[in-house]
Design a protein around this ligand. Sequence first.
Ligand code: NDP
Length: 242
Amino acid sequence: LKLNFKNAIDPFAPTGIGRDTVKALHDSGAKVVAVSRTKEDLASLSKECPGLEPICVDLGDWEATSRALGNIGPVDLLVNNAGVLLTEPFLEVSKEAFDRTINVNLRSVIQVSQIIARGMIARGVPGSIVNISSLVSRATIPTLTSYSCTKSAMDMLTKVMALELGPHKIRVNTVNPTVVLTNMGRKVSADPEFANALKERTPLKKFAEVEDVVYSILFLLSDKSAMTNGSGILVDGGYLAS
Ligand code: NDP
């Protein structure tokens, strides 16, 4: 499978799905813009990916994001990957954690996608946007009120974007992974009993690898998925089939 990517942007993870997506896009020859709020991560990634354009911003801050991405060059592909997972039992859900989760996981996806899609429409070019959702958008676990709600909303946001942006030849899809052992995945699966139960209910009896998720992202970004729009790829080892 030869992927010919042009200009891509990826709000990324330092050791996670976003980082490996950036590297795969860079390796494919794309000119990549990587967005993170941590300077050191951008610096180390820039060393690994010469030519990378780093943008350092807190995507939970609307005004700062507007400034940081205001003058961005042409972008054909967007991966909305940045996310936070703050666990709280439902009866203890706090305004602060809920607002933060909504702002980073959902509101920033709307804002960044608006900026990038407006650019695509102005240039009259087709595009592909991939939103990194989650298995828990469809079947959740305790303490994930804020996180799960943002991922469910992201699945619906993806459909609305697909409806409205499709006529401009911009496709929008999600990837919905089960646990992947990144920083976030380690946090959510820290309890061995819970982790084992999750694996046990998964027909493939394991968590996903970062590359399992990255390949699905690359497929949805590429022309190989030209007729896939408003849809999602479950990377869950069959969990939801059970
Ligand atoms: P990580 O925690 O490793 O990555 C999350 C990334 O988002 C980090 O780079 C983090 O930067 C960045 N980020 C968080 N808040 C902000 C912000 N305000 N502004 C800019 N960047 C921010 O986890 P993953 O790689 O696993 O997560 C990637 C995506 O995959 C997320 O959307 C997550 O919800 C989703 N996902 C993950 C699963 C898993 O089990 N790992 C399962 C299903 C979905 P920083 O380090 O600076 O905070």
